[in-house]
Design a protein around this ligand. Structure first.
Ligand code: KG4
Ligand code: ZN
Length: 312
């Protein structure tokens, strides 16, 4: 069964064909980074206009790389939420139109579930229950995955997403967009010398908060003109990563679940992967993450969820 996946929730126009929910036949991503980097972040109106230009060539190219035509496709899956409304509309209306014209089944997919499936696509051996930490530019969610398609949200950010904090701190450091990879690169040459605040929640809550950390770093930058930005990047990254890891360990203790799926754009951060793996190792928790090309937004993960929904 060949599923065509389409993803346009933010600033990537993506299309992919996935066979039987696990074999990626194509995975095409047209990034808009160059367009948005001059503004230091995604400009929603520009993003939707760019999706309109890119969607047709991207879908054509996904079919071509898969060596298939629309007649070989058995269903269309598209990200329906959450995301930028104008961007989502382009993908959803395009997918609906195509499904209608070709008389194909159509399903809308939750982007967060897509990120969880990016991990399942990369590892066929994951058993359940598992804890999923979805960390990206728009989301920071800690989810109990009881089995494929059955989820319980344990905690989420009350303000900024962790990727958003990376991006905003990078913007104040004049590093450009997206900030995550740039901060990670600088941090490799720096040391943790600043102790930035980490939010603690009341009543055993597994929620996150990153706006205090972001503001502390931005204030520090404004008050100290001669700051070593490598050490600052390293100190910020450490505080952000530790806040994520602490909650994962707490969630594992609370639920007794000893498998963690780290997914979403921030899961590309090698320091986060390594530190999480080290600390989880001490608690006998096994960590899984997607292959690097599936960490950030893509349509293969959307097609993979689509396959399970169509089967149901
Ligand atoms: O999953 P994604 O492509 O889009 C959303 O669903 O939001 O994630 C993008 C986010 C951006 O905030 C970007 O800065 C962050 O992922 N990111 C990273 C790294 N690579 C991407 N953050 C930290 N370290 C990285 N290496
Ligand atoms: Zn995403």
């Amino acid at each position: 069964m060949n599923i065509l996946g389409i993803e346009t929730s933010c600033d990537e126009t993506a299309a992919s064909v996935v066979k039987d929910g696990k074999f990626i036949l194509s995975n095409v991503i047209a990034s808009q980074i160059d367009l948005h980097s001059m503004y230091g972040g995604v400009v929603p109106e520009l993003a939707s206009r760019k999706h309109i230009e890119a969607i047709l060539p991207v879908v054509r190219s996904a079919l071509k790389i898969a060596k298939l035509t629309l007649d070989d496709i058995h269903g269309i899956a598209v990200t329906g939420k959450p995301g930028l409304i104008g961007s989502l509309l382009v993908g959803v209306e395009f997918a609906k139109g195509l499904a209608w014209a070709k008389n194909l089944p159509f399903v809308e997919i939750d982007h967060i579930e897509g990120h969880i499936y990016s991990c399942l696509l990369s590892h066929s051996d994951i058993r359940f229950p598992a804890l999923a930490l979805v960390v990206s530019g728009g989301h920071t969610d800690l989810i109990l995955v009881k089995k494929r398609g059955v989820y319980q949200i344990l905690g989420r950010t009350r303000d900024d997403a962790v990727g958003e904090a990376y991006d905003k701190v990078a913007k104040f450091m004049n590093l450009g967009y997206p900030g995550g990879p740039k901060i990670e690169k600088l941090a490799k040459e720096g040391k943790v010398i600043h102790k930035f605040p980490r939010a603690k929640m009341k009543n055993d809550s597994l929620d996150f908060s990153f706006s205090g950390l972001k503001t502390a770093v931005v204030n520090f930058l404004q008050e100290n003109k001669k700051v070593n930005i490598k050490d600052l990047a390293c100190s910020f990254q450490d505080a952000a990563n530790q806040a994520l890891i602490e909650r994962v360990i707490e969630a594992s203790k609370k639920t007794g679940v000893q498998r963690v799926l780290l997914c979403g754009g921030v899961s590309a951060n090698m320091t986060l992967r390594k530190t999480l793996e080290d600390i989880c190792g001490k608690h006998s928790i096994k960590v899984f993450y997607p292959s690097l090309e599936l960490c950030t937004d893509n349509a293969a993960m959307i097609a993979a969820v689509g396959y399970d929904k169509f089967k149901k």
